[in-house]
Design a protein around this ligand. Structure first.
Ligand SMILES: [Zn+2]
Length: 278
């Protein structure tokens, strides 16, 4: 324990950067024993218990990304990685499941996520849950919850109760969110899940991408989703055709901007249906 504490003290004052080349990954300390590894896809949360390490999400697939992630983790602790949680099915969060499974690490996710990854011939979790799952490694308790479909059908969050922190997966992002209706997204469910998260005893969140967020940031993101939802419903109600729905819903004042690829027809159809379109 003394040795681990010494290693942590070294990184407390500054961030560390993995130096193995390729897509850079940067370590940021969030709380005592809690870190986030940024870069190469979505954020990876790193939780240090005295019985080993727990990760949440494992970035875009690739040996270089995996090696850099391991190097970033090793800059914090040389304890073994015990488990990797998957927050949702998107490629930038679950890309290196196969490498962790090959290393004997438990990969944990919802049953819907596991089914979807297996359907795509991608490495799926070898430990699945449907709603709530707790991993208790001595000082390292982590509680995963799946509430309902939101950003995708699978969304899970991972709470670290001892430090009042939560890994949010794709449920909170900095910048413009993705509404992946093709993967079972549900805007009303997303808002309701953020309400549930705001009931938790947490004071900091690690978003899918971007810097750690406060409760106020989570509430502001929820408010943006509610505004977007209301505008989409209003557009459908005033007779905007499906093909013009996205252009008719203002988002620039929410700080969002769509890329040309953001709304393929199946995605627009999902928003249209959820907004009451017939
Ligand atoms: Zn995502």
């Amino acid at each position: 324990m003394i040795r681990i504490a010494a290693v942590l003290a070294l990184v407390l004052a500054a961030t560390a950067t993995a130096q193995t080349g390729g897509s850079q990954q940067t370590v940021r300390q969030v709380k005592p024993n809690l870190f986030v590894v940024e870069g190469a896809g979505g954020n990876t949360t790193l939780w240090v218990s005295n019985h080993g390490l727990i990760l949440v999400d494992d970035k875009i697939a690739g040996a270089e990304n995996f090696d850099n992630l391991v190097a970033a983790v090793r800059s914090v602790s040389d304890l073994p990685v015990r488990a990797v949680f998957n927050t949702h099915r998107h490629f930038d969060h679950v890309g290196n499941n196969a490498a962790f499974l090959a290393a004997g690490v438990l990969v944990i996710g919802t049953d819907t996520l596991a089914t979807d990854l297996a359907r795509q011939d991608k490495a799926a979790p070898n430990l699945v849950f449907s709603r709530d799952f707790s991993l208790i490694l001595d000082t390292g308790r982590a509680d995963a919850h799946h509430y309902r479909a939101g950003h995708t059908a699978d969304d899970a969050i991972v709470v670290f109760p001892s430090v009042h922190a939560v890994a949010l997966g794709g449920l909170v992002v900095s910048g413009t969110p993705t509404f992946d209706f093709e993967s079972g997204a549900n805007l009303a469910g997303w808002v309701a899940t953020l309400e549930d998260i705001l009931q938790l005893d947490v004071d900091i969140g690690i978003p899918g991408r971007g810097k750690p967020v406060t409760r106020a940031d989570i509430a502001a993101f929820r408010d943006s989703l509610v505004t977007f939802q209301a505008r989409s419903v209003a557009a459908v109600q005033r007779g905007v055709p499906q093909s013009k729905l996205i252009a008719a819903v203002r988002v620039d004042d929410l700080g969002w901007a769509w890329s040309p690829a953001a709304w393929p027809p199946a995605r627009v159809a999902g928003l249209w249906r959820e907004s009451g379109g017939k």
